[in-house]
Design a protein around this ligand. Structure first.
Ligand code: SAH
Length: 222
């Protein structure tokens, strides 16, 4: 899976996608037990500023019809998209981050992971993006929740993170097994009795006794 992020702040996103699970998934896996070898995902960044032609590398302009704030210009974004996937033959999906878009959820994450080879995530700033980008690229607007953020970078990272963990081999065997296990959503680890500010906090006894049937019942809330 190839993720292509169009953002004027690539550096704030890259530290996240280079770390931990996502970072590991972008490296070649030579581990013996690894089911899927090679890179499982690739995250590339494209800065609209690099696709401007004016001296000041301007990516925003005032909105037609007036109103406060600035709007991201279409052309630098379209050119960045061209560079990212213009010649790609595989299945491409283009998503524009927008608080007015379709709500992102686990079902959409699974679908994106299954159906596409390239996902382009266009991250807005200011008052948003010239609407013609959506029409020209046949893009879908996606929202990560009913709140407004200052930019589309966190939404783009959220989507990459959720889609990536649906791709076989991205989660380690251990993590994916954990993922399939019934769980009550709460977990405990050592020590079994935690002393915090002179008060003792114990782990539920059923989890310490080793009766797997009872443990599963507890975890599924039964
Ligand atoms: N007034 C604008 C808000 C722009 S917020 C509007 O009504 O659309 C600036 C940018 O942040 C947006 O272009 C979008 O890319 C991103 N953004 C903000 N909140 C978001 C959300 N909940 N989901 C996805 N993207 C969001």
């Amino acid at each position: 899976m190839n993720f292509h992020v169009i953002t004027i702040f690539p550096e704030i996103c890259q530290v996240y996608t280079d770390a931990s699970v996502l970072g590991r998934a972008q490296k070649t896996d030579k581990g013996k037990g690894a089911k899927v070898r090679g890179k499982k995902i690739l995250v590339s960044y494209y800065n609209p500023r690099d696709f401007t032609t004016d001296k000041h590398h301007k990516v925003d302009e005032r909105p037609y019809g007036g109103g406060p704030g600035m709007v991201m210009k279409a052309e630098p974004i379209l050119k960045a998209w061209e560079k990212a996937v213009g010649r790609k033959k595989g299945k491409v999906k283009t998503l524009i981050m927008s608080p007015r878009g379709k709500k992102f959820d686990q079902i959409l994450a699974k679908k994106l992971a299954k159906d596409f080879e390239h996902i382009v995530l266009i991250s807005g700033r200011y008052e948003g993006i010239d609407d013609r980008v959506k029409t020209i690229l046949k893009a879908e607007e996606v929202s990560v929740g009913d709140y407004v953020l200052t930019g589309g970078e966190l939404p783009a990272l959220t989507i990459i993170d959720a889609v990536a963990r649906e791709i076989p081999g991205v989660l380690g065997t251990y993590e994916s097994l954990e993922d399939q296990r019934p769980t009550s959503g709460v977990s405990y680890t050592r020590p079994d009795v935690l002393v915090w500010k002179s008060k003792k906090h114990s782990v539920p006894e059923v989890l310490l006794k080793g009766d797997q049937k009872k443990i599963d019942e507890y975890r599924t809330g039964g």
